[in-house]
Design a protein around this ligand. Structure first.
Ligand code: MGD
Ligand code: MGD
Ligand code: SF4
Ligand code: MO
Length: 750
């Protein structure tokens, strides 16, 4: 059925052929080869053996990509709300009608209330043309763009910027060279399988694998040493490792003396975290803390990769900054097989260039929601940018707004609802299912249905729970329907991919929406996204069309190492790092100048806020699974068969104590509300923790307040976003620090 629907509108292409594309069902960006039939319809997909990283690999989501593309529930036409918000009554309208009205209303709001009364949110990677909304907003004059940055890679990237003057400090795992791989809250067997293959190859070549994860993941099973901290305690654990390597003099004296700032202060701070005390905070036995620190520090080179504990709220930067100190003190920075400090490709534009931050007037920047309280989001960003520009090719804003200077979403939702500190009257959203993405969905929902929000526009592939609440739902093209160029400026190769098909029906790409809306707002936008990419590639003396067809259809990652040792062209002295001191800032001068603790610490305030007496279990809030990208893919039958209902992972001993068997419905009560998921028994998970996930049932009633069963099945509905518990400097919210109690249930209500 899906097939025939798509076929009816195709027919543009005539000959059978194969196109080479990049899968965008997660940020691993594997290469794919897609066969098209005589009518131009994709009929088969396989891994591309010529891709420099994935080398032919394809996961189940990649294999389901055609099913996803052809799915009958995809949005095909612009919809305008016909009834009350959330009532689910829609009228089909033309793009011109929708965009003319949206643009007129945005201009009227700007004239009355200032550009800051318009906000923009976008989600994680779903294609190469995401994030152009930031550019639109900067030219419009609003500082209030944001999205998943502050909790996705954001804390890591911000910690890198504060410590090293750019980032990421990506692990560079070289089988045969790397002697230790430390995976901290990172689940690459599901979240980035090509990287996991490389880690296993390094282990086979003799590297020791240390895994820090509360769950007995695949990674933990392969580990030579598995540390199982209780969720949310990672800052303390990282400080414990720092304590050991400083107390045992395992640090790299030459690097530290020449290149770091704040060593004595850090040493004094780490002295406060002896293994016995850290064991009490984290549940990790002292001998394991000692062993992990000794392996990591003594066996060089060691590569450190961190993933999820971005949801640590007040401990988010504490944790990531402590990891940066581990990398620096052991001399693993820019050591082959350790962690690379990657910079932007000199002369090649990237997603940050595409944001065009310079277009936003300085007076508007200072109004960014949340930036007064979370001072890195504006003042810190300006200081960090100026310092980094000195070292990184003079680029005025080398840092992306997405990760380093986003408006603070919990503050934004409150501003919409309350009108404080000023009213926000319009919100537009691309590739972001807000309701289950941010924490405390009740606050998000209250904002979205508030009469203060005069205009709410969603651009997505499906009528998601969030889209159900919109005034306009605009149909997006998915990655098979658009060309691909990936240039982040963060040390990756620049990858290209062909557009496999033209967008079906009236779908438009993320770039096309920004272009068509931007032009109506009086902005200049090139017709094709390829023209923007041509500007980025000019410094590499190529164009998108030339590169995508070239036998080597990528630009290799920048090869430069140890930039800090290169001579400054002006003075001849070593360039140093892109921080204000030119050193690796173990104690951050930017944090100190903004009035924050310059050193990492374990902040107990989060734990103190939890009602552990009434809710004795730690509640983990999901992690990547191979059969879904976040809240997406619930519609895809081949994947759904493996995973028909939301699942909560429970240790068999804990389950037995509650009379719960495999597959039973479990009632998961949190201080804010209750959800229902099916038990999946996981031996060795531990009897003090459960792991629930995010869910919605696309096949159920979508109208508000039901929203496809969202409130009874999605763990994000009841997680925490209190600004007082967010990272005090950066605003990352504490969605991973949660508690609950459980009971067996007959079934969810309804
Ligand atoms: N299949 C798939 N791949 C994806 C995605 C997806 O949704 N599905 N999403 C993409 C995106 S946007 C991202 S950001 C990445 C995320 O990918 P990862 O960084 O790998 O993130 P998660 O799988 O969420 O979590 C990693 C591990 O952290 C553990 N963990 C959770 N809380 C804590 C804690 O408090 N302390 C410690 N030490 N460990 C903890 C979890 O048990 C989990 O095994 O994956 C990307 N790739
Ligand atoms: N409890 C909990 N909360 C989390 C996390 C967690 O692990 N647990 N992880 C956090 C992290 S790291 C992230 S990145 C976020 C992810 O949260 P989101 O970025 O909101 O991810 P999704 O839920 O996949 O929603 C993305 C939407 O984009 C749509 N889409 C797909 N492709 C395109 C496209 O090309 N164009 C447009 N316009 N739309 C498209 C999809 O249909 C989907 O509805 O969630 C965060 N929140
Ligand atoms: S891991 Fe899977 S979903 Fe991610 S890019 Fe590769 S094939 Fe696509
Ligand atoms: Mo993410």
């Amino acid at each position: 059925m899906a097939n025939s629907k798509a076929r009816a509108v195709s027919g543009r292409e005539s000959a059978l052929r194969t196109k080479r594309a990049i899968c965008c069902h997660c940020s691993a960006r594997c290469g794919v080869l897609v066969d098209l039939d005589a009518g131009g319809e994709p009929v088969a997909i396989r891994g591309d053996p010529g891709h420099p990283i994935s080398q032919g690999f394809l996961c189940p989501r990649g294999r389901a990509a055609i099913e996803y593309f052809q799915h009958p529930a995809r949005l095909d036409y612009p919809l305008k709300r016909a009834g009350a918000r959330g009532e689910g009554r829609w009228q089909r309208v033309s793009w011109d009608e929708a965009l003319d009205d949206i643009a007129a209303r945005l201009l009227a709001i700007r004239a009355e209330a200032g550009a800051e009364a318009v906000a923009y949110l976008c989600g994680t990677f779903h294609g190469a043309d995401g994030n152009f909304g930031y550019r639109l907003m900067h030219h419009f004059g609003s500082p209030n763009s944001s999205g998943i940055g502050p909790i996705c890679a954001g804390p890591r990237l911000m910690a890198d910027a504060l410590t090293f003057g750019y980032g990421p400090t990506a692990p560079e795992i070289v089988p045969g060279t790397t002697r230790v791989v430390l995976l901290w809250a990172y689940h690459p067997s599901a979240s980035g399988p090509p990287g996991w293959s490389r880690i296993l190859a390094a282990q086979r070549a003799g590297a020791r694998l240390i895994v820090v994860d509360p769950r007995p993941t695949t990674e933990a099973r392969y580990a030579d040493l598995w540390l199982r901290p209780r969720p949310g305690s990672d800052a303390a654990l990282a400080l414990g490792l720092l304590h050991v390597l400083l107390a045992e003099e395992l640090w790299d004296r030459a690097f530290v003396e020449r290149w770091t700032h704040g060593f004595d202060a850090l040493r004094a701070r780490a002295a406060e975290y002896p293994p016995e005390q850290v064991a009490a905070l984290t549940g990790v036995p002292p001998d394991q803390i000692l062993r992990a620190a000794r392996w990591y520090a003594a066996l060089a080179p060691a590569a450190l990769a961190s993933g999820a504990p971005n949801g640590l709220g007040r401990n988010a930067l504490n944790f990531e900054r402590a990891l940066c100190c581990l990398i620096a003190l052991t001399g693993n920075l820019d050591r082959p097989g350790g962690n690379r400090l990657a910079g932007p490709h000199p002369g090649v534009g990237n997603k940050t260039t595409g944001e065009d931050y310079a277009a936003l007037p300085p007076a508007q920047r200072a109004k960014r929601l949340g930036a007064e309280r979370f001072r890195l989001l504006h003042e810190g960003f300006e200081r960090l940018s100026a310092a980094a520009a000195r070292v990184w090719h003079g680029i005025a804003y080398p840092y992306s707004v997405q990760f380093w200077a986003a408006a603070h979403p919990p503050t934004l939702f409150r501003a919409i609802r309350t009108g404080q500190p000023y009213p926000v009257r319009a919100l537009w959203v691309q590739h972001n299912n807000l309701l289950g993405c941010y924490s405390n969905s009740q606050e998000v929902y209250a904002a979205l249905v508030s009469p203060n929000l005069e205009l709410f526009v969603v651009h997505d592939l499906w009528l998601t729970p969030t889209a159900m609440l919109a005034d306009y739902v605009l149909p997006a093209a998915s990655w098979l329907e658009k060309p691909f160029l990936w240039s982040t400026g963060r040390g990756d190769p620049v990858l290209t991919g062909e557009q496999v098909t033209m967008p079906r029906h009236e779908r438009r790409s993320d770039y096309e929406l920004c272009r068509d809306l931007g032009r109506r707002l009086g902005q200049q936008w090139p017709e094709r996204v390829e023209e923007v990419w041509d500007q980025w590639l000019a410094g590499a003396e190529t164009t998108f069309d030339a590169l995508v067809r070239a036998p080597q259809w990528w630009l290799p990652a920048p090869s430069e190492r140890r930039r800090h040792e290169q001579p400054d062209p002006g003075t001849g002295a070593p360039l140093g790092f892109g921080t204000p001191t030119g050193k690796v800032e173990l104690a951050s001068t930017v944090l100190a100048e903004l009035g924050y603790d310059p050193l990492p610490a374990h902040d107990p305030a989060l734990d103190a806020a939890l009602d552990r007496a009434r809710y004795p279990l730690w509640l983990m809030v999901g992690g990547t699974r191979i059969d879904a990208l976040h809240q997406d893919h619930r519609q895809i039958a081949s994947l759904r068969r493996r995973h028909p209902d939301p699942q909560v992972e429970i240790d068999p001993r804990l389950a037995a104590a509650h009379g719960i068997a495999e597959g039973d419905w479990v009632r998961i009560e949190t201080p804010r509300g209750t959800i229902y998921q099916r038990a999946r028994l996981v031996p060795d998970l531990g009897t003090d923790v459960v792991n629930a996930e995010r869910w919605w049932y696309p096949e159920r009633e979508g109208r508000a307040p039901t929203l496809y069963g969202f409130w009874e099945s999605n763990v994000s509905a009841y997680t925490e976003d209190d600004p007082a518990l967010c990272d005090p400097a950066y605003g990352a919210w504490p969605f991973r620090v949660a508690v609950c109690r459980i009971a067996r249930a007959d079934a969810p209500p309804g």
